[in-house]
Design a binder for this molecule. Structure first.
Ligand code: HEC
Length: 143
């Protein structure tokens, strides 16, 4: 479990380096939405790494935002747009239901418990797995 958490922490930390300079319109909106997802995941990641004090209410609030953000993902991709610098893969639009299903998985995972550090850790691992499952299939670069 520790290894998985470290991977996720890496995924979340690496986000800071994602460049989306030059993105416009729909692509920018969706990258900004992913940026908010990233921000909420970071709040939790920092708690689990002991960089901030565990706070069950703050963790719950971040997870609740992640639920809403996950539910909004399909809407951000409804219209096909792969203009540079988008990393969205064409496959999203050939199997949009499956893509949306992974957003549902993320929402369900984010509904998990956060009342203790260990519960939060388990919930966060499930959320991270949902990020990874979608990126692996539908995002061109998986760094
Ligand atoms: C249902 C699919 C899906 C889920 C779930 C998902 N993502 Fe994404 N994410 C994408 C796609 C597709 C892109 C590429 C969008 C583009 O470049 O147009 C992306 C891009 C990103 C980016 C880069 C944004 C940018 O500015 O270039 C970050 C950061 C990110 N996701 C973080 C996360 C995190 C953290 C999670 C989980 C908490 C998550 N994502 C869950 C599909 C998903």
């Amino acid at each position: 479990m520790r290894i998985k958490l470290m991977c996720l922490t890496f995924v979340v930390a690496a986000g800071a380096a994602f460049a989306h300079q030059g993105a416009m319109g729909l692509v920018k909106e969706r990258m900004d939405a992913m940026g908010r997802v990233q921000g909420d995941a970071k709040v939790i990641g920092q708690m689990l790494r002991g960089q901030t004090v565990f706070d069950a209410d703050a963790a719950r609030a971040a997870l609740d935002r992640l639920v809403e953000e996950a539910r909004a993902i399909p809407g951000h991709f409804e219209v096909r747009d792969v203009s540079a610098p988008s990393e969205a893969r064409e496959l999203i639009w050939t199997e949009f239901d499956a893509f949306s299903g992974l957003a549902d998985e993320m929402a369900n995972a984010a509904m998990g418990p956060a009342d203790t550090p260990e519960a939060l850790r388990q919930t966060f691992i499930a959320v991270g797995a949902a990020c990874g499952a979608c990126h692996e299939k539908y995002r061109a670069k998986t760094d």
